[in-house]
Design a protein around this ligand. Structure first.
Ligand SMILES: *[C@@H]1O[C@H](CO)[C@@H](O)[C@H](O)[C@H]1NC(C)=O
Ligand SMILES: *[C@@H]1O[C@H](CO)[C@@H](O)[C@H](O)[C@H]1NC(C)=O
Ligand SMILES: *[C@@H]1O[C@H](CO)[C@@H](O)[C@H](O)[C@H]1NC(C)=O
Ligand SMILES: *[C@@H]1O[C@H](CO)[C@@H](O)[C@H](O)[C@H]1NC(C)=O
Length: 813
């Protein structure tokens, strides 16, 4: 502004002076022209003005030669009249940017007044360097800018003109930028920045360049400024994951929300371009629903229960996305580790519930499969059953077992088994489960019926009612159903087989034995049948047992007197007694028999009536009639004794006999007594006849008795169970099938064998044998007249010396 003002002032002066000169002087003298460079020192010579004007030096002071204007810059030397520089001449101040700069002024000389026109051309020198207004230039260039892009920059200023003015711009050498010099339409020169190579903010985010402006002077001057270039981000980078694959190992059943891992992606961009969000690729899937991915941090946590048995490995794709369009992918692999969280399972593939008890060892009963969903040791299962069972588990192949029979089965011992199969895995701690099955053992007819007793003996009182049940046999069979259903039958007997059905029958169902008729002890004392129990199995099994039936005696027979027998005409025989008989003389013997046995046949003799009481004694058991005292003459020659024979039954039965006794030394002497009684004359011969018959009968009976005794002895030794029943009164009302409650050998005697003899006549009067009670051994005595009394209880033989003239020796054969 200042410069422009001055310029305007100077211009005004240049116009004003010629006008004034013409006004006052009326004429212009010649024009003098000098050229000087600017910035000459004060006092420097511009030109020899006076000389050039043709003025003499001497007249100068008189003419007061001087510069009339522009005294600041020039004056005239008074001595020489030279034009000198009187002040600083700055072209840039005076002429600014004009290419031609000249100072025009007048010099005046008086006396005469002359005005001289002087022009001093001022030449430029390079005294100004180019100068930038701003200390630095700030630029922002996007990294995505393409090479060749130009940026115009502010021009530098240079006050000099012409060749001294600003000529070019340069910059310090660098790869990315260059500077060129451009000229604007007004001729000024400005720098232009050219991008030579692509920028990468991520590599270098800023540049500092020196911009140099140079003028054309010699030497040239320069000015500089700084270009500060900031490279701005373009979203040119994709996020990058720190790993391509992330791996994590996780226990199954971890709680919800457990942290698994963190994926991290980075983006070299900045700002929004580097803001990364994470998502599951191809979500949502069942797997990705199990995990939660924090979109901002990349943290993966569980969002559900992980089950190793369902999925052992998860592979998830994760995408990272920046604020723009760039994405990156990575894989997340999550391995699940097994925990022992599954109980082994036992399943039956096949199973037979009913097992025949005769199954072979090794028969397969069930096929079992065990399963554990865990893996490794957690899934290794061992299987076992309780001990003490007749079964065992055999492993067939991995996880398969068969249950087989290990020991023989017996349904009768154990009909069902509860088998508990326990499966345990090898985890820590182990888990186990068990399953129970009930095995039923099916029956096989492997047991024969068995009678409860080895043999049966039953006592039946004779005269039983026909059809009475007399015994019951029972057998049992532990088998089931028809295999244990027993029926009874009679299969053998020692009776006549045809007669059996008239004797016995057995109820097929109950085993009750019935008598089919009334038994008679005197006819049949015992018999034996074989009973069979038979089951209904197939094949059927059976067992035999013997049933011995003992027919017990009842007192149903009265004693029968054999001697003295009545004559055919009703008259009785008589016995003679010598008058000289000593006391105790055996007169005669009453002989009676009883068809019953035991007590019922145990006879006792009683005197009912005597013509002279006390004269004779009667043996209670023997029936022997003896004199009780010596006979006197006073006594009547004929005596009569009424004798009762009673058996031991309850009630007892009895018979009577009448004895006629005659006191006489001989038979002839007695005869008159007898004839007095008008007895038939041939009674003596009749008596003899009876005696002979009795003797023969007794001999036969004795023989029979001996034979029977041998037979019984043999039979008894083979069946010791046989028992006798002699309890009086048991007979008629004896309960069928109930055995009398006394044992063998408790009775006072078992049998009696009486042999009476007259020592003189060696006469056997009577032999009474109870056949059943014959001693077990035969006796052989050297004197047959010996009266033998033996007991079969202990086979001891005793003798009664009173009935024998001497004791003879007997021994068992
Ligand atoms: C010219 O200028 C110089 C310096 O300013 C001065 O010494 C001198 O006296 C001047 N001469 C005239 C004639 O004015
Ligand atoms: C987490 O699980 C719940 C229930 O299964 C489901 O609704 C939800 O979408 C899951 N969240 C994620 C992030 O998967
Ligand atoms: C078997 O188990 C059943 C039911 O638990 C039970 O009634 C039965 O008595 C058991 N049998 C054996 C032989 O333990
Ligand atoms: C039973 O007795 C019958 C007839 O004597 C015979 O055939 C059968 O074999 C016997 N059974 C047994 C098991 O002894």
């Amino acid at each position: 502004m200042r410069r422009n003002a001055r310029q305007a002032e100077a211009t005004k002066r240049q116009v004003l002076f010629p006008f004034l000169l013409s006004l006052f002087c009326g004429a212009f003298s010649q024009q003098i022209r000098y050229t000087i460079p600017e910035e000459m020192a004060k006092g420097s010579l511009v030109g020899t003005l006076a000389k050039d004007l043709g003025l003499s030096v001497q007249e100068l002071p008189a003419r007061k030669f001087r510069v009339s204007s522009e005294e600041d810059y020039f004056n005239v030397s008074a001595e020489s009249g030279d034009l000198l520089v009187s002040g600083r001449i700055d072209r840039e101040t005076i002429c600014d940017r004009k290419s031609e700069c000249a100072l025009e002024f007048e010099t005046v000389a008086e006396n005469p007044m002359n005005i001289f026109h002087v022009v001093v051309v001022i030449q430029d020198i390079n005294d100004n360097a180019p100068r930038f207004v701003a200390k630095s230039i700030d630029l922002e260039i996007c990294e995505s800018a393409l090479p060749g892009v130009k940026f115009s920059l502010d021009a530098a200023q240079d006050a000099d003109v012409g060749s001294n003015s600003l000529k070019s711009y340069t910059t310090n050498p660098n790869q990315h930028f260059s500077v060129s010099t451009k000229e604007s339409p007004d001729g000024s020169k400005y720098p232009e920045l050219l991008l030579e190579k692509p920028l990468d903010r991520e590599q270098q985010s800023s540049y500092r360049l020196m911009l140099i402006a140079m003028d054309g002077g010699n030497p040239s001057l320069s000015g500089t400024t700084q270009i500060r270039i900031q490279v701005t981000d373009a979203n040119d980078n994709a996020p990058v994951f720190s790993q391509e694959v992330y791996r994590a190992i996780l226990q199954e059943n971890v709680p919800l929300g457990t942290s698994v891992l963190r994926v991290t992606a980075t983006d070299q961009d900045e700002g929004a371009n580097a803001e990364i969000t994470y998502t599951f690729l191809s979500a949502p899937t069942s797997a990705s629903l199990l995990f939660r991915l924090n979109p901002n941090t990349g943290d993966i946590t569980t969002n559900g229960t992980l089950d190793f048995e369902q999925t052992r490995r998860y592979v998830l794709g994760v995408e990272a996305k920046d604020g723009g369009v760039h994405t990156a992918h990575c894989n997340v692999q999550i391995e699940i580790i097994d925990e022992n969280d599954n109980v082994p399972e036992v399943t039956f593939i096949s199973f037979s519930n009913q097992i025949p008890e005769d199954s072979d060892l090794g028969t397969v009963i069930a096929l079992i499969k065990v399963r554990d969903q865990d893996s490794g040791q957690n899934g290794l299962v061992i299987c076992y059953i309780q001990k003490d069972l007749p079964f065992k588990l055999e492993s067939t192949s991995k996880n398969y077992y068969k249950l087989v029979i290990d020991r023989a089965l017996d349904r009768e011992e154990t009909a069902e088994y509860n088998v508990t199969i326990t499966a345990t895995d090898r985890g820590k701690p182990p888990l186990s489960s068990s399953t129970s099955i009930t095995l039923h053992i099916a029956d096989v007819n492997d047991n024969a019926p068995a009678f409860h007793e080895a043999s049966y003996v039953v006592h039946v009182a004779e005269n039983n009612p026909p059809g009475a049940s007399i015994a019951q046999v029972s057998a049992s069979d532990p088998d089931l159903g028809p295999n244990g259903h027993i029926s009874y039958s009679i299969v053998a007997t020692d009776l006549e087989p045809q007669a059996l059905s008239s004797y016995m029958s057995v109820s097929e169902q109950s085993g009750v034995v019935f008598a089919q008729r009334a038994f008679d002890h005197e006819q049949l004392r015992a018999f034996e049948v074989t009973l069979q129990a038979r089951d209904r199995g197939s094949p059927a099994l059976s067992a035999n047992v013997s049933l011995r039936v003992l027919v017990d005696d009842c007192n149903d027979n009265a004693p029968r007197v054999l001697y003295p027998a009545l004559g055919t005409d009703g008259s009785a025989l008589f016995d003679t007694v010598p008058r000289a008989a000593q006391p105790g003389y055996l007169v005669t013997k009453v002989v009676a028999v009883d068809a019953d046995s035991g007590h019922n046949a145990w006879l006792s003799y009683h005197v009912l009536q005597a013509s002279e009481p006390g004269l004779f004694s009667l043996g209670l058991r023997t029936g022997e009639v003896r004199t009780a005292r010596a006979l006197g003459d006073r006594e009547a020659a004929r005596q009569r004794l009424l004798v009762a024979v009673r058996d031991g039954g309850q009630p007892s039965l009895s018979a009577t006999a009448t004895l006629h006794l005659v006191f006489a030394d001989s038979l002839q002497e007695a005869l008159p007594d007898l004839s007095d009684r008008s007895e038939p004359s041939d009674s003596q011969s009749e008596l003899q006849f009876y005696l002979v018959v009795a003797l023969a009968l007794i001999s036969v009976l004795f023989l029979l008795a001996v034979i029977l005794a041998i037979a019984l002895r043999l039979q008894r030794s083979s069946s010791p169970a046989a028992r006798g029943c002699f309890q009086p009164g048991l007979c008629s009302k004896s309960e069928p099938g109930v055995l009398p409650n006394y044992s063998e050998g408790t009775l006072p005697y078992s049998y009696n064998l009486y042999v009476a003899s007259q020592s003189a006549k060696t006469e056997l009067n009577f032999l009474n044998v109870t056949p059943e009670m014959v001693p077990p051994q035969d006796l052989l005595c050297d004197d047959p007249s010996t009266v033998v009394h033996a007991s079969n209880e202990d086979n001891k033989i005793t003798y009664d010396p009173s009935y024998s003239s001497h004791v003879s020796f007997c021994q068992p054969i």
